[in-house]
Each structure stands twice: as C-alpha cells, then as structure tokens.
Design a protein around this ligand. Sequence first.
Ligand code: FES
Length: 116
Amino acid sequence: MADTAAQLICDADALQNGGRGVRFSIGEEAAFVIRHDGVVYGYLNRCRHVPIELDWQDGRFFDSSGDYLVCSMHGALYLPHNGYCIAGPCGGQALQALTVAERDGRIYYLPQPLAR
Ligand code: FES
C-alpha cells in the first residue's frame, strides 16, 4: 500500500456483513470498523449521547437485525453506512466517521484530521 501513514487494522475476512466489528485505537481514541452491504466503514467508538463506547460486548456493534449499529447503554440506533442516529437520545447526530480502505485482503485506517 503506497500510503505509509495507513494503519493496518485487520484482515478483510475478519469483517462479515452485519457481523462483529473489529476495535482498534487511534492514539487514545477507541475506534472500530464494521462491514455493511459489502463495504467497510469506520467510526470512533463514542456514542453521541454520552461519550462512551458503543459495544456491549467486544466487537458487538450491530443490533440483532444486523442492519443498525446500536449503543449498548440506551439503545441509540445508527445507520452503518453514514453513522447517522435515527432513533434514541442522540437522534440527528452522527458518529465520527473515519477514512478506512480495503486493499489486498486487508483493512486499513487512513489518518485524517478528526473533527471534534
Ligand atoms: S450513551 Fe449511547 S444512547 Fe445513551
């Protein structure tokens, strides 16, 4: 991969549609990647209601339908493809999206300035 700043997260086959996510760190920040409709998405692991991590068990970001990301604390539902909250106490807000890429059978985080 040409971008030497890219951070390897995991093998591509570690992510299945609607399945477990993979957690990783960006400095002090917790983050995760998931796969939805074949595409890999990455977000900071920080709910927009209270800034805690979303997963109720390590890597469990999807609800039982496999269609939405869910916060384990109060059940906020987020769209997996853009991070927008569609139900729960943080409706209208969105998870902090990260730039990730799938290349040569691996998933990478591509560092960008993080919005606050
Ligand atoms: S902390 Fe996530 S919904 Fe309240």
